[in-house]
Ligand binder design. Structure first.
Ligand SMILES: CC(C)(COP(=O)(O)OP(=O)(O)OC[C@H]1O[C@@H](n2cnc3c(N)ncnc32)[C@H](O)[C@@H]1OP(=O)(O)O)[C@@H](O)C(=O)NCCC(=O)NCCS
Length: 184
């Protein structure tokens, strides 16, 4: 049974989710993606991700009610700066997709956005977050480890990248109890 998290609809600012930690991004807003975002989501994904989701994958996620989130500076004509899709199941969630626009990378944006969504998930009763990442994706693994994710397994040859198989590292973050705060 899946569950849709209420914060997707609330359009909170990063400041309201993170306080001073939001730093220079305090005015950025988290909102649920809409049909009008699909083409741009797929474009942005293809610009940064070796195994990108296409428009149909994002559309499917929206259709079945999965939280597809974007982070945007409302005055940026380039549109959203980062995106994420989760699959919540009961009191756990899987992070399905996560990316930051190339020109916005290496400024701490992913750290803030991911931390904000993890806090919101935790506040709404989610206890564990799982994800899969390509073994060679050092930037993403660094990000996840920074936020407290631990390796929980391996799927050999899970990804097909340019005709070559690559292992998936499975990672998990335990959000509950409150002592294991994701913002550590
Ligand atoms: C992974 C990604 C989301 C990081 O976004 P970002 O906004 O640049 O990340 P941040 O600036 O918040 O950096 C957070 C941590 O990620 C790691 N990291 C980010 N970019 C890195 C790079 N180019 N090389 C090595 N480590 C990197 C570091 O550990 C960094 O912490 P530090 O700044 O204290 O060293 C971004 O590179 C991206 O969109 N990549 C393509 C899509 C992707 O791989 N998504 C994950 C799929 S599982």
């Amino acid at each position: 049974m899946t569950k849709t998290f209420a914060f997707v609809l609330a359009r909170p600012t990063l400041a309201s989710l993170l306080g001073e930690e939001a730093g220079a991004f305090s005015h950025f807003v988290v909102r649920g993606a809409e049909a009008a975002d699909l083409e741009r989501l797929a474009q942005r994904e293809a610009e940064v991700e070796a195994t990108p989701w296409g428009e149909a994958a994002f559309a499917d996620a929206l259709r079945v009610g999965r939280p597809v989130l974007v982070l945007e500076n409302p005055s940026d004509p380039e549109g959203f700066a980062a995106w994420a899709a989760y699959m919540p199941v009961l009191d756990e969630a899987e992070l399905l997709i996560f990316g930051v626009r190339r020109d916005m990378q290496r400024r701490g944006l992913a750290t803030r956005f991911l931390r904000a969504t993890l806090r919101a998930l935790q506040a709404e009763g989610c206890g564990v977050v799982h994800l899969e990442v390509r073994r060679s994706n050092a930037p993403a693994i660094g990000l996840y480890e920074k936020l407290g994710f631990k390796t929980s397994g391996l799927r050999k040859g899970y990804y097909l990248v340019n005709g070559r198989r690559e292992d998936a590292i499975l990672m998990r973050l335990d959000l509950a109890p409150a002592a294991s705060e994701p913002a550590a």
